[in-house]
Design a protein around this ligand. Structure first.
Ligand code: FAD
Length: 325
């Protein structure tokens, strides 16, 4: 059976969400096109991850080796080259993450694979794979096809698709026997440095109350902070609020800020430009408050309140207090 191969990504002891997002997309593609789904897991001491991946793929290929303790694109590239040459999957998916952008282009060049980066969707039309990519900073979605080849490679954008529930039946786990080179002298892993997190980590919050330029001035911020507190959430914002110095950069949501996936995202006075949407559209429930009924944010929102935020926010606070009492 033809195969879609997904490279599992993990960091600092955790499988990353992008792994399950790609496996979900691969499973729906596989169902439509009659292809099996294989997760490829490279690392050292990664047995537990294989267990977690089993119910998301037909097969999990595991290569557990000391030389794979830290991600190194040069080492990964050599290992992947061997695996791809022997298995010839029709599609290889790698996350469009810091790891993926380091790894995938070199791999494509080495193996001469047709390659599309930063895909937000994939679909088979018959035997032909079509990939959707955003161009002109997201203003246009382009559908691209690939040159005829046994294997094509894509990098897939994080948060571009939801994670589907695991399958009831678990896939098999296969240990790979592939030679793993040492890190080359020119490219060594030294240490992992976590990006500094401010006093609030908006990426971990279940409730995010996000403000935009519609707030007009910093003096109006306290009422938003009170609303966030009443909901047990944190305050985030669109880019103009950071530019204006109302909130620090680590509160910015969007393509040049953070990606959040809370249970509830309250967008207040935010128009919903694509750069903002890309950082929050994976939230479980989106509620938007905007005085402009045509604001693009309403097309992403599950619930919309058309009104002046200076009236809506106090009313929401009052209602929450009433319900809490
Ligand atoms: C390379 C690049 C990267 C970018 N990265 C990001 C990013 O990461 N995150 C991000 O957010 N932006 C980013 N931007 C900026 C983005 O293009 C938008 O300019 C920005 O998202 C707009 O922010 P906003 O919605 O707060 O402001 P605006 O677009 O000005 O919208 C304000 C909204 O408030 C509403 N409003 C006004 N008054 C009220 C009121 N009293 N009550 C209710 N509603 C009211 C208006 O109707 C309007 O819809 C980026 C831009 C570029 C070029």
């Amino acid at each position: 059976m033809d195969e879609i191969l997904v490279l599992a990504e993990h960091r600092e002891g955790e499988l990353r969400d992008i792994t399950f997002e790609m496996l979900s997309k691969a499973r729906s593609l596989g169902k439509d096109a009659g292809k099996s789904v294989t997760a490829l897991l490279l690392g050292a001491g990664v047995g537990d991850y294989a267990e977690a991946l089993k119910s998301h793929a037909d097969e999990v290929l595991v290569l557990d080796h000391g030389n794979l303790k830290a991600f190194n694109a040069a080492v990964y590239q050599q290992v992947l080259s061997e695996v791809l040459k022997s298995r010839e999957p029709s599609l290889v998916m790698i996350g469009h993450t810091a790891f993926g952008v380091d790894l995938a282009p070199g791999l494509a060049v080495t193996l001469e694979l047709p390659f599309a980066s930063d895909c937000i969707d994939l679909a088979y039309e018959g035997d032909d794979l079509k990939a959707t990519r955003q161009i002109y900073e997201g203003k246009v979605n382009a559908t691209v096809s690939f040159a005829d080849a046994p294997t094509v490679l894509v990098t897939f954008r994080p948060s571009a698709c939801p994670v589907e529930d695991a399958e009831a039946s678990a896939g098999k786990v296969t240990e790979l026997d592939v030679a793993v080179p040492e890190e080359p002298a020119m490219r060594q892993f030294l240490e992992y440095v976590e990006a500094a997190v401010g006093e609030v980590d908006i990426t971990k919050a279940d409730v995010v109350v996000s403000i935009g330029r519609g707030l007009r001035e910093e003096e109006n911020l306290p009422m938003i902070e009170e609303l966030a507190e009443a909901l047990g959430g944190v305050v985030a914002c669109s880019r103009p609020c950071v530019d204006a110095g109302w909130l620090p950069k680590d509160r910015q949501v969007g393509s040049s800020g953070k990606t959040v996936k809370p249970k509830l995202y309250l967008a207040i006075g935010i128009s919903g430009q694509f750069q903002h949407l890309s950082g929050m559209k994976a939230a479980d429930t989106i509620v938007a408050v905007n005085k402009d009924p045509k604001a693009p944010i309403f097309s992403e929102a599950d619930y919309g309140i058309v009104g002046d935020l200076m009236k809506v926010v106090p009313a929401l606070k009052e209602k929450i207090a009433e319900l809490r009492a």
